[in-house]
Write a protein that binds this ligand. Structure first.
Ligand code: GDP
Length: 196
């Protein structure tokens, strides 16, 4: 089992024209606004304040980079799919994401976050297919697992697995409230970070 001993904010970016990366493996996190991405970053890094947790949806508009264990870079992509997002904002999001992916030569893997209570959205599926198409190994993380009744948990995870056309063992259930699933997710991330 891997432990995260250190994590710090590196920088934020909107423009990747001059992006050179950090010469370390990168792991990207992406999902719908409010899915619990900041909470997952804080959970994984054992730092309750590293990424801001906000109840205001659609606030994070930058790509944030965090150095973890001095071994890899966690890349926090802005959330998508906020109901009030305008066409212009959606386009801005897409072009920012595309320009990051075009430059991310050290990208090893992605975590796609979905809310365990809901069926994945069209955009979640598109994002998943984008990773598959580009040969980027992707891990599906089902967040807010504590919000599900015990009796509905397996059913909901099965529903998510079916939507992505994968087996249920590929869904990583997490709760940032009680740290459920933390070790499994950290170990999973390290499968892609490798030994350097
Ligand atoms: P982001 O917009 O994807 O970064 O989402 P945040 O991490 O800011 O979380 C959005 C909201 O969901 C906040 O009110 C969090 O407190 C809440 N939240 C996030 N993760 C969990 C979780 O695992 N369980 C519960 N019950 N609430 C969560």
């Amino acid at each position: 089992m891997k432990t995260i001993k250190s994590a710090k904010f590196l920088n934020s970016a909107v423009n990747f024209d001059d992006y050179k990366g950090f010469d370390l493996p990168e792991i990207v996190l992406v999902g719908r606004s409010n899915v619990g991405k900041s909470s997952i970053i804080n959970m994984v890094t054992n730092n309750s304040r590293l990424a801001k947790v906000s109840s205001v949806q659609g606030k994070t508009k930058l790509v944030n980079f965090f150095l973890v264990n001095k071994e890899f870079v966690l890349v926090d992509l802005p959330g998508y799919g906020y109901a009030k997002t305008s066409k212009v904002e959606q386009q801005r999001w897409s072009s920012m994401i595309n320009s990051y992916f075009a430059k991310a030569k050290n990208l090893k893997s992605a975590c796609l976050l979905v809310d365990s209570r809901h069926k994945p959205t069209e955009q979640d599926i598109q994002m998943f297919e984008y990773f598959i198409y580009n040969n980027i190994p992707v891990t599906i993380v089902a967040t807010k697992y504590d919000k599900l009744k015990k009796t509905e948990r397996i059913h909901k995870l099965n529903e998510i697995a079916t939507s992505f056309n994968v087996g249920i063992q590929n869904i990583y259930a997490t709760s940032s409230v009680d740290n459920f699933g933390k070790e499994a997710l950290v170990d999973r991330i390290y499968q892609f970070v490798g030994e350097n």
